[in-house]
Design a protein around this ligand. Structure first.
Ligand SMILES: [Zn+2]
Length: 120
């Protein structure tokens, strides 16, 4: 259930919105994943996706209206996020059955050695 503050924040984003302050307009987080090779910025806290640009020397992130239902802290976004997790966990479970996955895990297990100093 959304808090009154979240509902107000969501309402404030009822059309294309833009931030220049470096914080997410929905959740106020200032941690974004910048998708390599694109202009996409994804809020690491709520998952809101926008495009990043520079105007007058300041970074701007613009959020289109069609992303608002995807934020992780509203019910519609929680449902989508849960489906994403279920799909990815299912994909990982299938991947773990492959020889390539088992070989990669074995490689890392053999390559990684403890680095803690011995205790005298
Ligand atoms: Zn956010």
């Amino acid at each position: 259930m959304e808090t009154p503050e979240q509902i107000l924040a969501y309402s404030a984003l009822s059309k294309t919105a833009r931030t220049r302050s470096g914080v997410c307009l929905h959740c106020n987080c200032n941690d974004f994943y910048l998708v390599p090779g694109t202009d996409k910025a994804i809020c690491c806290a709520c998952g809101l996706e926008g495009t990043i640009s520079v105007a007058d020397g300041a970074v701007e992130i613009t959020y289109p209206e069609d992303q608002l239902h995807r934020v992780h802290d509203v019910l519609s976004g929680k449902e989508l996020h849960g489906k994403d997790i279920a799909e990815n966990e299912g994909r990982l479970a299938q991947m773990k059955k492959t020889d390539a996955y088992k070989a990669r895990v074995a490689h890392y297990r053999d390559a990684i050695a403890p680095t803690a100093p011995s205790r005298a």
